[in-house]
Design a protein around this ligand. Structure first.
Ligand code: ADP
Length: 444
């Protein structure tokens, strides 16, 4: 069975969030899966291997080259079209609709030419592919975040040379709606999110459409690539550690504190690494941060996103127990996972979330709101789990959970839980079988 993954980001080439982690890890875990993505600025130059083949494809009056690279056991196809993809940022350009329409059309042609059995599409950036391949190649459409639907003016349809009323909702062209309605199967990245998005509260306006696909909608919880995120080998860490040498986590904490200008003392380090958006619960964090800081803790933030929310942290820059790092920094992220004790994810909604899984591996216990994939992967210590879980999106419930975590930190139980957390297995290998099974079913 020949399967092609199509998506807009993929580690280790380009990443803005969890989508890239999944696009990078899952094909390797499933095995025998190829990947196609745009060749953004600088990607090909950084690959220290030669392309094996180049395919020419013409669409929308423009030519592109699809470069094949074999990296590890996976074949990656990069769509090189500099007018569209040689840009400063990968999203948020004025012509995103045109750029990704082009990408969708190229994926379609490429999949037909290379005779794939299944094209597995990810998020809005590939939403038209299931429509374009209908009846010719089987497609699976995976929703990584329903909040980003790829909404553009109705004229976007012109790029595809077809007119279909079903493309539109709210008088706009909607890539994600098209993907959901036309794929042979729809999946999302956790079981709870699969249920939640059929409800008004989480459906972002597409709940009715999702309900109509109920029989073909599955939730499969994401995993982590432990070859990529593992304190035992992570090159970003001064001292690598595992459950046997877990005391070295303390040394990593000292290094982190020094690097961030925090006093290198043995107190609880509470961190968050995230897009700074309302989705991730930042309004809640800001509203309780003063109260949190009344405890003997240090607080570390690494993230970027909504400038209004980012600015709310300005006043903490002078606080010697706080380190605010606005930006995206892969290396620092790893040092923070290693040097922290508690990781915050009080999300309003969370399709899956990977940070809580990475945290476990680095021995940093997660404090999460019970929603989406967080509900599926984190159990509260009171229920026999290793994390801290609150349900209602309120200051009171968040703070209470935080205080429970602080209380536990000061007991011997904490280190036991840390070691157990590091032993949890959320690798994609366990999930690969579920995807293979899905592929079998879609081919029947
Ligand atoms: P998202 O909704 O953003 O995809 P996930 O929890 O699924 O959230 O995945 C986020 C991924 O992006 C994790 O690997 C996390 O470590 C990483 N990440 C988020 N923000 C930053 C940042 N500012 N710098 C480095 N890595 C980041």
């Amino acid at each position: 069975m020949k399967v092609l993954f199509a998506g807009a980001e993929c580690t280790p080439f380009i990443k803005t969030g969890g989508l890239a982690d999944v696009m990078g890890a899952l094909p390797k875990a499933i095995g025998n899966v190829d990947v196609i993505l745009p060749a953004y600025r600088g990607i090909l130059e950084k690959l220290n291997t030669e392309d094996v083949r180049v395919y020419q494809i013409r669409e929308m009056g423009k030519s592109c080259e699809v470069h094949l690279y074999h990296i590890g056991a996976t074949s990656y196809y990069f769509v090189k079209q500099d007018h569209y993809f040689d840009r400063d940022t990968i999203y948020g350009q004025h012509d995103d609709a045109e750029r990704f329409a082009f990408f969708n059309l190229v994926v379609k042609k490429f999949a037909l030419r290379r005779k794939y059995d299944i094209v597995h599409c990810h998020d809005w950036h590939t939403g038209m592919v299931p429509y374009l391949l209908k009846g010719q190649v089987k497609t699976i459409y995976t929703i990584h975040n329903l909040a980003f639907q790829g909404l553009f003016p109705k004229e976007t349809a012109n790029y595809f040379g077809v007119e279909d009323e079903s493309f539109y909702i709210w008088d706009q062209f909607n890539f994600m709606k098209i993907g959901i309605e036309n794929a042979d199967m729809v999946t999302t990245v956790s079981e709870t999110y699969a249920k939640e998005i059929m409800r008004k509260e989480y459906g972002c306006g597409l709940e009715r459409i999702l309900r109509s696909r109920r029989k073909t909608l599955t939730g499969i919880v994401n995993g982590v690539d432990y070859g990529e995120f593992n304190p035992k080998f992570d090159p970003a860490l001064k001292f690598n550690y595992d459950t046997e040498t877990f005391d070295l986590k303390k040394v990593n904490k000292k290094f982190l504190q020094n690097e961030l200008g925090l006093k290198p003392v043995d107190k609880m380090v509470v961190s968050i690494i995230s897009r700074v958006t309302e989705q991730k619960g930042f309004d809640l964090i800001i509203s309780v941060l003063d109260k949190m800081l009344e405890h003997d803790i240090q607080f570390v933030l690494l993230g970027s996103g909504d400038p209004k929310l980012e600015r709310k942290f300005d006043k903490y820059v002078v606080n010697h127990n706080v380190s605010i790092n606005i930006g995206y920094d892969e290396d620092l992220a790893r040092k923070i996972y290693a040097g922290s004790d508690l990781f915050l994810m009080p999300s309003r909604f969370e399709p899956c979330g990977l940070s809580q899984l990475i945290s476990y591996k680095y021995g940093t216990l997660p404090l999460v709101r019970k929603t989406g994939g967080l509900a599926d992967t984190v159990k509260d210590v009171k229920d026999g789990g290793l994390g801290f879980v609150f349900t209602k999106y309120t200051r009171k419930d968040f703070l209470q959970k935080f205080e429970e975590a602080v209380a536990l930190y000061n007991t011997n139980q904490w280190n036991k839980n840390v070691i157990d957390a590091m032993k949890l297995d959320f690798s994609f290998h366990a999930k690969a079988a579920e995807y293979r099974d899905l592929y079998e079913r879609v081919m029947k």
